[in-house]
Write a protein that binds this ligand. Structure first.
Ligand SMILES: [Cu+2]
Length: 128
């Protein structure tokens, strides 16, 4: 009788140790999971975004493609002020020399864009 009780207590003690060990493993797994989530988020931004460089006096690239919901990073590499303006006026950003602005593309249709200061500066925006 006594041996059975001792055996049962030993089994419960052993199980509680296993439980503690499993708890530690779960914590490690959670940390790994959140790290993976962060990587996925940054990959999504890379896919949807685009870079547009403004120079004196042209856009580069002239044909710009961005995903709906993506961000265009516009940088004025010229020595004078320019604008990044869609033909429908939904986007109208003025950038001084050396300035950079991030423009979120949401609900914007594919269309041409231009610089309000220099009518010869034009490009085409494609929203996918
Ligand atoms: Cu300009």
């Amino acid at each position: 009788m006594h041996r059975r009780w001792i055996g049962a207590l030993a089994a419960v003690f052993a199980l509680s140790l296993l439980g503690a060990a499993c708890g530690g493993d779960d914590t490690d797994a959670d940390q790994g999971g959140s790290t993976t989530g962060g990587d996925t988020a940054s990959e999504t931004e890379d896919v949807g975004g685009a870079d547009l460089t403004i120079a004196d006096f042209f856009f580069s690239p002239k044909d710009l493609t961005v995903s709906d919901g993506g961000t265009i990073t516009v940088f004025n590499n010229g020595e004078t002020s320019h604008t990044f303006t869609t033909d429908d006026g939904a986007i109208d950003e003025t950038l001084g020399a050396g300035e950079e602005v991030e423009v979120e593309i949401s609900g914007v249709e594919s269309q041409d864009f231009h610089c309000r200061f220099h009518s010869q500066m034009t490009g085409t925006l494609t929203v996918q």
